[in-house]
Design a protein around this ligand. Sequence first.
Ligand code: FAD
Ligand code: DHB
Length: 424
Amino acid sequence: EETTVGIIGGGPAGLLLSRLLHRSGIPSVVLECRDRSYVEQRQRAGMLEQTTVDVLRGCGAGARMDREGLVHDGIELRFDGRSQHIDFPGLTDGRRVTIYAQTEIVKDLISLQLSELSDGAPLLFGAEVHSVSGLGPAPESEPAHGHGHLHGHGHGPEPLDPESERPVLHYTHEGRERTLRCDFVVGCDGFHGVSRSALPASVVRTYEREYPYSWLGILAEAPPSCDELIYAHSPRGFALHSMRSPSVSRLYLQVPNGTDPAEWPDERIWDELDARFALRDAPGWRVNRGPVTSKAVLPMRSSVTEPMRHGRLFLAGDAAHIVPPTGAKGLNLAVADVAVLARAFARYHGTGDTAALDSYGADRLRRVWRAEHFSYFMTTTLHTSPDQSPFDTRLQLAQLDRIATSRTAATELAENYAGLALLD
Ligand code: FAD
Ligand code: DHB
């Protein structure tokens, strides 16, 4: 078997890339190790930047999102017992965000792909990739005085050689060992995937940070208690009020690492949410309660793997980078990666020009590191560390007060949260 672009992973990044390539007439195959219902039910992100909405709409995958998505003009910050609205359109050039769950994006993309299967890209569930071969020889290890570790900013990997060997994906499907020969391979296989490990050790670098807290996330059949998301700093720790629809709330509480969800019966969760969202001027404010339909503890980390391209292998989405969830950048970064990559493939396909493919890694890493910084900033400004001193807390409150009172500080938050344009 062979194809033009072999895509490892059928999460949002892999599915969307396949859709975008299909629209440009470029063949691809998506290999996804899990089954369809597992991929469609996996509870994750929900907040979409304007750019993400535009990309989904632009490839014909936005119809249900446009009907059911909830458009928000900003967020609310709660700290020190008070509340501050941050107005995105007023602080940016009219940018808004949309609440529409990752599960729904994945369902929409899968149903489009399968309904077009006769002429569209094959999507195989239960297809687990073990390895990638044919990536060519690993480059010589670093010369002693070289710039080798400074990927990006002009020190990127070698330009693509159109004559180089073509990679092969080795996978298992329906109990049989199979191979797929590809012009290009894109690793969209998430943080636990195999594609990162196909990068030769002599070129790869990973930058990581772990955080001393996790999130307990619930879905509840309760109408949201607010029109916009609430990010709360409190002496008891961080809390976030989000939503999935007019009848479903999504709520998160900061909890210690290693917390067992069984320690958190529903009543304890609701009481703790009320305590963390408490307002001095509205002592009666409460979170709407309802049946809890999902409960899980999510660890947090920051991680970036460089480079995002080696020869004919590209990384996109969580396979290349992880952000802590505060600020909701993970899914949006994955969408931006594949939107830029699909354009680069289209340019190569149409003209043979490799320039956009060559600069993909460096272009994306600039934006990835911007989002890494923003996610780190939101996380460390709003959470309480186990070893936090009263001094540290005063610094956090000073920063939040600055955002609440300075248009400049609020604009910096709004531009990053609502998202930057795909390319500048
Ligand atoms: P994934 O969604 O991880 O998809 C990768 C796919 O590859 C999976 O379907 C996997 O089964 C498949 N795969 C893996 N290995 C192989 C293999 N060897 N062969 C074939 N297939 C393979 N972001 C936010 O913005 N807000 C949130 O609230 C939020 N919550 C999150 C909660 C959790 C528990 C996690 C893990 C992430 C969360 N994120 C959140 C991040 C966001 O969901 C991710 O950034 C997004 O899913 C990235 O999409 P992706 O397609 O790159 O990776
Ligand atoms: C959601 C998750 C986030 O991490 C965030 O910052 C905003 C919203 C959500 O799941 O809805």
